[in-house]
Design a protein around this ligand. Structure first.
Ligand code: ZN
Length: 119
């Protein structure tokens, strides 16, 4: 386990589970390219859509601005914004042993340290 992998997990956890905390423009930018842009936790990633998107005529300039540094950077920044502004909600299901976030917001077991909080 390394911190980069955990950072990526937090990004995916927040963006997968807390869509209601995103702004409309963030959702638009993410959805437009979601199929191609997700970096997977096994190390593979598909980030090449950004070039195509930025060239697209139909995108608002704001979306282009958000994606200017690439999808990976945009996903990271969006997740960090949500985490900063809604910390208690996002961290509600964090492990009480290692304080990391489990696989999903509904998980009852920590996939990082093995701690379980099933009833
Ligand atoms: Zn844990």
């Amino acid at each position: 386990m390394n911190d980069n992998k955990y950072d990526l997990h937090v990004t995916n956890y927040v963006l997968d589970g807390f869509e209601h905390l995103m702004t409309d423009i963030e959702i638009y930018a993410l959805k437009k390219s979601m199929t191609f842009s997700i970096e997977h936790e096994d190390g593979s990633n598909e980030d090449n859509v950004v070039t195509t998107l930025v060239k697209g005529k139909s995108l608002e300039s704001k979306v282009q601005e958000l994606l200017a540094d690439g999808m990976k950077s945009f996903r990271f920044k969006t997740a960090r914004r949500i985490l900063n502004e809604h910390e208690s909600e996002v961290l509600q299901n964090q492990c009480n042993q290692c304080h990391r976030l489990p696989r999903t917001s509904k998980a009852k077991q920590c996939n990082w340290c093995g701690n379980s909080w099933r009833e």
